[in-house]
Write a protein that binds this ligand. Sequence first.
Ligand code: PGA
Length: 253
Amino acid sequence: MVKQQKPRPLAAGNWKMNGLKSSLSEIEKLVAYAGTVGDMACDILVCPPATLVMAAAGTAKGSAVAIGAQDCHAAISGAHTGDVSPEMLKDAGCSYVIVGHSERRADHGEQNADVNAKAGAALRAGLTPIICVGETEAERDQGKTLAVVDQQTKLSIPQAAQADAIVIAYEPVWAIGTGRTPTLDEVVEVHGAIRKILLERFGAEGNGVRILYGGSVKPSNAVELMAVDNVNGALVGGASLKADDFQGIIAAF
Ligand code: PGA
């Protein structure tokens, strides 16, 4: 019989282009919370902007809160003005990096091949890539959701990836920052389709890959979303900026 491993959930916060030094107090609050709850039911991650990564890692050092970045370049170093390599992020104290977020795909024209290279680079540096996929509203309206997610997932996972070294995040683009969320049936459908791809790719190990849901997750909807089959955590934007809100989501696990 195939052993089913249910992965430990991950509550990941993506601060996007928000936060000054004063925002480190939110990480301090989170660290204190994670410390007092004792055996947390999920892993906790905050991805602040690059300017705060090193200080945030210092604040969170030795705690249950991990620090990650929001993007990386695929190269180790070199003539890439403005970019940051995964090795630099690792050196700064990161353990995760988000790659292929829809805002990167839209604002910077990142294609699946770019996301694949960045995820592979993250693995090279010893970081866990959180590989984002998700359809636009127009794609959903045209009935293309599963086809888009299938392509993005298959083409964005690097060849060298082991199942336990990556995280997938399904974020319908139309649900990001809009307050709108898919129905639970829609979440079941897409997460089930992603799990199938992971099982085809990794065999039974594919059950161990965490598939996060992202897009307007907040304390009031976290419990129902996190209870959905094959939802192994959340990627949270707006509601991760304040420790109180994020804790409300962490408590849903
Ligand atoms: P949101 O963003 O929670 O503000 O909708 C999610 C994301 O883009 O990761």
